[in-house]
Design a protein around this ligand. Structure first.
Ligand SMILES: *Cc1c(COP(=O)(O)O)cnc(C)c1O
Length: 400
C-alpha cells in the first residue's frame, strides 16, 4: 500500500498539505474533522456533489462529517431521520420557528417554556411580524382557546422548568391534528429515553444537545428534525443560510457523550427518585416535586405518558427564605451551584436568582416558586452519597 493515500508525492514546501498517512487498520474512535473546505477532484465531480449525484462535503457551514455522525445518532434515539445539528439549543428553536413561520402567522407557546424561548416568543418573533401567545399546556381547553385562524404552530416542552408540570402531549397533538397546526416539542428535559414525541403525533422535535444528550457541560449544541422531509429541508436551508452551524469539535465531544447517554440517564433517573423520596419529610422541607411521586399534580397523566421514565429533575422548596437558601447552597459544597442541567454530576439551581429572576415575587409565587425553591439536576453519583449530602445541606439550612 502506498505510504500516502493521495499519491505518494512528498510536499515540496511546508505550505502544501501533507497527505494523510495510509493505514490498513481503521480508527475505532470517531475522527475529528475540523476542515472548513473540501477539495473536489474536478469540476464534474463538484457538479455531481452539488446536484446530489455524489456524496461528500464542500464547505463546513453547509455540512460536515462530525455533525452528520452526531445527528444520525440522535435520529436513531428519536426514531427520526434527516435531523440536523446546529450551534445551540436556541439555534434549534430558531431553525424551527423562524425557519417555518411567516410574517402574519401566529404561534402558541407553552407558558413555562425555557426562558430564552419565552424571550423569542415575547420579543423577536413579534418584531418580525409573527404573532405569539402563551397558554397552559397541562390544559388542552386553554390551548384550544388560544387558537386563531392564522395559528400555524404550537411549541411545548413535555416537562416544564422548574415546576416539573407535565404537558398533556396527547391531548395537544390531537388538537393540532384537528386544526391543521404543526406541533413542535422541545424534548430536552425528557429526552428520547422518556418519550419520543414523533410517536405521540409531534411534527417537529427540538433538543438542546448541550444538556443530557452530551452530558458533560463542555459543548453547546442543538438538534432539530421535522417528520415531513419538505419541512425538514426548509429548516436546514434556513439554518445553513443563517449560519446556525455547529463546530466539528463540539459535535465530536457531544458524540462522545451520547455513547453513554442511556446509561447516564437511567442512573440519574434512579438517583432522582431516591433523592426525591429522601428529601420528603426532612426538617424545613415544604414541598418536593418529582414526576415519579404519586403526590405530583399530574400523576394520572404521567403514568400514561411517561410510565416510570420520570427523569432526573427534582424541585424542592425549603422554609426560611433567602437566608435559608444561602445556608443550603453554602453547606452543599460538593454540589455545583450552576444554572444548567443534564451534566453527569448533580447541579443545583435557584430559580429566584437565575432563570426566574426577571419575574416579580408575585409572578414567581403564581408558579409556586419562592426564595426557598431549588431545582436539582441529578447526576450519576452514588445515590447514598447524594442523599447524605443533600440531607446535611437541608439540615444546615433549617438549623440557621
Ligand atoms: C437549555 C435549554 C434550551 C437552550 O439550549 P442551549 O443549548 O443552551 O442554547 C432550550 N430548551 C430547553 C428546554 C433547555 O433546557
Amino acid at each position: 500500500m502506498a505510504r500516502h493515500e493521495h499519491g505518494d508525492m512528498m510536499p515540496t514546501t511546508p505550505v502544501r498539505r501533507t497527505a494523510w498517512p495510509a493505514s490498513s487498520s481503521r480508527p475505532v474512535g470517531t475522527p475529528l474533522q475540523p476542515s472548513v473546505v473540501y477539495a473536489a477532484e474536478s469540476p464534474d465531480r463538484l457538479d455531481d456533489l452539488y446536484e446530489g449525484r455524489d456524496r461528500g462535503y464542500s464547505y463546513a457551514r453547509e455540512a460536515h462529517p462530525n455533525a452528520e455522525v452526531l445527528a444520525t445518532k440522535i435520529d436513531a434515539l428519536e426514531g427520526a431521520s434527516g435531523g440536523f445539528v446546529v450551534g445551540s439549543g436556541m439555534a434549534a428553536v430558531t431553525a424551527a420557528l423562524m425557519g417555518l413561520l411567516e410574517d402574519g402567522d401566529h404561534l402558541i407557546g407553552a407558558d413555562q417554556l425555557y426562558g430564552r424561548s419565552l424571550r423569542m416568543l415575547g420579543t423577536e418573533l413579534p418584531r418580525l411580524g409573527i404573532a405569539t401567545s402563551l397558554a397552559d399546556p397541562t390544559d388542552v381547553a386553554a390551548m384550544e382557546a388560544a387558537i386563531r385562524p392564522e395559528t400555524k404552530m404550537i411549541l411545548i416542552e413535555v416537562v416544564s422548568n422548574p415546576t416539573l408540570r407535565v404537558a398533556d402531549l396527547d391531548g395537544i397533538a390531537a388538537l393540532c391534528k384537528r386544526h391543521g397546526i404543526l406541533l413542535a416539542v422541545d424534548n430536552t428535559f425528557t429526552t428520547p429515553r422518556a418519550i419520543r414525541p414523533f410517536e405521540h403525533g409531534a411534527d417537529i422535535v427540538i433538543h438542546s444537545v448541550t444538556k443530557l444528550l452530551a452530558g458533560h457541560s463542555d459543548a453547546t449544541l442543538g438538534y432539530v428534525v421535522a417528520r415531513d422531509p419538505e419541512l425538514n429541508a426548509r429548516m436546514l436551508g434556513f439554518a445553513v443560510t443563517l449560519g446556525l452551524t455547529a463546530s466539528p469539535f463540539d459535535c465530536w465531544l457531544a458524540e462522545r457523550g451520547v455513547y453513554s447517554f442511556e446509561l447516564r440517564y437511567d442512573r440519574a433517573e434512579e438517583n432522582a427518585r431516591a433523592l426525591a423520596d429522601h428529601l420528603h419529610g426532612l426538617p424545613g422541607m415544604e414541598r418536593v416535586v418529582y414526576p415519579g411521586r404519586t403526590d405530583h399534580p399530574d400523576h394520572n397523566r404521567i403514568d400514561a405518558l411517561l410510565g416510570t421514565r420520570t427523569g432526573n429533575m427534582v424541585t424542592f422548596e425549603i422554609a426560611g427564605g433567602r437566608e435559608a437558601a444561602n445556608r443550603l447552597v453554602r453547606a452543599a459544597q460538593n454540589i455545583a451551584f450552576a444554572p444548567t442541567l443534564g451534566d453527569i454530576g448533580t447541579t443545583l439551581s435557584h430559580p429566584a436568582t437565575s432563570s426566574h429572576r426577571a419575574l416579580t415575587p408575585e409572578g414567581r409565587a403564581a408558579l409556586g416558586l419562592s426564595e426557598g425553591s431549588f431545582r436539582v439536576s441529578v447526576g450519576v453519583e452514588p445515590a447514598e452519597l447524594l442523599c447524605a449530602e443533600f440531607e446535611a445541606a437541608v439540615r444546615a439550612a433549617a438549623g440557621g
